[in-house]
Design a protein around this ligand. Structure first.
Ligand SMILES: *[C@@H]1O[C@H](CO)[C@@H](O)[C@H](O)[C@H]1NC(C)=O
Ligand SMILES: *[C@@H]1O[C@H](CO)[C@@H](O)[C@H](O)[C@H]1NC(C)=O
Ligand SMILES: *[C@@H]1O[C@H](CO)[C@@H](O)[C@H](O)[C@H]1NC(C)=O
Length: 220
């Protein structure tokens, strides 16, 4: 029984991977914000980086222009149980130009990350301007603090009914492919409930921003 379930999940994963690879091969990428992935790439549409001394605004900026991030959770896989485990997740904090600061995700119970979150909702999300043209244009190595990146800690929680329309619109407008992901995978909307923020945007160590400062900040 357990075996059958496992085989079934593997078949579904294989199908998903197959269709993902297929769409990579046949269609141009349709997401906004990633490397070669859309409008933020163009210097004319990528808004300027806020002043580096305003770390809260810089953090909001990085979240807003990011189409994806690496989310670390605590693994439930036998081989690495209890150890950190990071995976790439597509995300959006709002339609272009109207970011809320809240990183929204479209998740499936088939994902390893979701298995982990079901046992322990704590997670850490990293997003970097390395996914935009910014770092390459300025010749900043991704590990350089000048290639601005941020780390957010918190818990991943499901989005409630009231917030669902905004989460859905935010994600689907920047990741149009999501609309076609197989409904059999039981996708749901989730978000990171941010408790701690670190900003690496210059030499001298990470800057700490509180969630209050972060949500209070505005970017144009
Ligand atoms: C849904 O979530 C939002 C954002 O966290 C919150 O403001 C709102 O009160 C929640 N609504 C319900 C019905 O729980
Ligand atoms: C979000 O995080 C805050 C700060 O830790 C906490 O007080 C709040 O209960 C959390 N919200 C939910 C819905 O888990
Ligand atoms: C919120 O933003 C306003 C306007 O930028 C600023 O004056 C105020 O100090 C900020 N408050 C916090 C808690 O960051």
């Amino acid at each position: 029984m357990a075996n059958l379930g496992f085989r079934c999940v593997r078949a579904l994963l294989a199908a998903l991977l197959g269709s993902a690879l297929f769409s990579l091969l046949v269609s141009p990428a349709g997401s906004y914000g990633g490397h070669n992935l859309g409008d933020w790439e163009k210097p004319t549409t990528m808004p300027p980086l806020p002043p580096r001394q305003d770390a809260a605004r810089v953090a909001r900026f990085v979240t807003h222009v990011s189409a994806w991030g690496a989310l670390a959770t605590i693994s439930t896989l036998e081989a690495v149980r209890g150890q950190p485990f990071a995976d790439v997740l597509s995300l959006s904090d709002g339609p272009p130009g109207a970011g809320s600061g809240v990183p929204y995700f479209f998740m499936s119970p088939l994902q390893l990350t979701v298995h982990n979150l079901e046992e322990n909702p704590h997670a850490s999300l990293t997003m970097s301007l390395a996914q935009t043209d910014f770092c390459k244009k300025n010749k900043f190595d991704p590990q350089s603090p000048l290639c601005v990146h941020i780390m957010l800690s918190g818990t991943v929680i499901k989005v409630n009914k009231t917030e669902m329309d905004f989460a859905k619109h935010s994600l689907f407008i920047r990741h149009p492919e999501m609309k076609t992901w197989p409904s059999s995978h039981n996708w749901f909307f989730a978000k990171l409930n941010i408790t701690n923020i670190w900003v690496l945007d210059y030499f001298g160590g990470a800057k700490i921003v509180t969630p209050e400062e972060y949500y209070n900040a505005t970017i144009q």
